[in-house]
Write a protein that binds this ligand. Structure first.
Ligand code: AMP
Ligand code: MG
Length: 423
């Protein structure tokens, strides 16, 4: 983390382009080094610390892909039906020693081992049973409906590579090749707190000028998808000394300290000053809307440990968007995960919109499927950065490029679903 200090975009001057912020994160943040081995049932959302090879081939033996009749293709008449005597019956989990005699067929079921000598399987729907014989049609290719040993993955090949963020499908593959545990990097430790004299805990007594805290709940849920251990440090007052002490204290025990509120230039926005006393800022003004300003930097604890810091804006929609575009890549980098940025889907704008050059803008939209199969993007009527219902009533964000100044109806533009943004 040491190198995440920079200066050029830290205070006044130009907005740092989002691409530049992402590049800094990729180049300067090192993943946590400690690793551990965890059982499969605890591996979801963890990040592979090393390549793991398949101890056995998958499938481990040639087997039938269908319920039907296993035959030797060379026994078949090329352009007419062939009648074959059914000699054996092989169920999945049985019949590993069965051999197919010449001119015969074996009744076989999905997953059962191919009898020695058999190379092709007819689906039961495609044949006619005639007493002890089965009559098969012409035209089936050799090897049809047979699954070869190792066609999924061969023993010794890399099944899961270092950097993989483990999901259900990866854990299934590990189980299928007989692994019981996986080497992963340790969980990230993330501290979160909200700031603001007006912010109170949901359910607590609320004074006439207070609001309930949405952001800690937002951040906690978004962090849960990255396998982090989250320390909830509560709500802090708008007091630079209180904030500085909390930042310094949290830096000793966490990889990342994530706050919301207090990063703009209002008189009660003290996060920047608080950070100045306990660490350094990498950027503060970022070319993103909603979201500017968002602060990123490094905090030094009293004991000399370092933690990354991101100060998100207080408005919940701005916190949401900046989490998706700044915190997510930072978390993935800290976690050692190789996870590409979500790929926007091309949709058609159904509204006009003006924006400033030099910042990436995210517009909350609902999608409507058109008769031609394309999708129209319809803007939510409210675009204030504090309107939480604009997130709950839409499907995702349109991503308007830094250079764009005007969006017109009918223009194609990239859409990121909430699921893609946060996954
Ligand atoms: P700030 O970034 O501190 O200037 O806050 C911007 C706006 O977001 C203000 O209207 C705050 O009241 C609101 N806000 C700040 N923190 C939270 C929070 N934790 N939950 C909901 N709204 C908040
Ligand atoms: Mg505030």
């Amino acid at each position: 983390m040491a190198q995440l200090t920079d200066d050029c975009f830290a205070f006044s001057g130009p907005l740092m382009p989002l691409d530049e912020a992402e590049r800094l994160i990729r180049e300067r943040v090192s993943p946590v080094a400690e690793t551990e081995t965890v059982p499969l049932i605890e591996a979801r959302d963890r990040v592979m610390a090393a390549d793991v090879r398949a101890p056995v081939s998958l499938p481990p033996f040639d087997n039938s892909a269908v319920d039907g009749y296993a035959v030797r293709h060379a026994d078949l008449t090329p352009d007419a039906e062939t009648a074959l005597t059914v000699t054996e019956r092989v169920l999945a989990g049985h019949g590993s020693a069965v051999t197919l005699a010449s001119g015969a067929a074996v009744r076989i079921f999905t997953g059962a081992p191919m009898p020695a000598g058999a190379d092709t399987v007819f689906m039961q729907e495609d044949v006619r049973v005639d007493g002890a014989r089965v009559v098969v049609p012409p035209g089936l290719k050799p090897g049809a409906n047979r699954r070869l040993a190792g066609e999924d993955i061969a023993a010794g090949d890399v099944a899961l590579s270092a950097g993989t963020l483990l999901g259900a499908q990866h854990i299934a593959l590990a189980a299928a090749v007989g692994l019981t545990s996986l080497p992963v990097r340790r969980r990230l430790r993330v501290a979160i707190f909200s700031t603001g004299d007006e912010v109170v805990e949901p359910g607590a007594a609320r004074g006439p000028s207070a609001i309930f805290d949405a952001n800690r709940y937002l951040l906690r849920e978004m962090l849960a998808r990255f396998g982090c251990t989250v320390s909830d440090l509560g709500i802090l007052r708008d007091d630079p000394a209180v904030l500085a002490a909390a930042l310094r204290e949290a830096a000793a025990r966490h990889d990342l300290v994530l706050t919301s509120g207090g990063v703009s230039t209002g008189e009660a926005d003290h996060m920047r000053d608080a950070l100045a006393g306990v660490g350094a800022l990498t950027f503060w003004r970022l070319g993103i809307k909603p979201g500017r300003p968002v602060a990123m930097g490094v905090i030094q604890s009293a004991g000399g440990q370092q933690a990354a810091f991101v100060g998100l804006p207080g408005n919940p929609v701005a916190a949401f968007v900046t989490f998706a575009r700044v915190v997510r890549p930072l978390l993935l980098q800290l976690a050692g995960a190789q996870s590409p940025a979500p790929e926007p889907m091309s949709v058609v704008a159904a509204f006009s919109y003006r924006k400033k050059k030099g910042r990436r803008e995210y517009v909350r939209v609902s999608l409507r499927r058109r008769a031609d199969g394309d999708h129209d993007a319809i803007k939510h009527p409210q675009d204030g950065a504090g309107i939480i219902t604009s997130l709950t009533q839409t499907d995702g964000l349109l991503e308007l490029p830094d250079d764009m100044t005007e969006l017109k109806p009918g223009m194609r533009v990239g859409f990121l679903s909430y699921a893609a943004l946060l996954g």
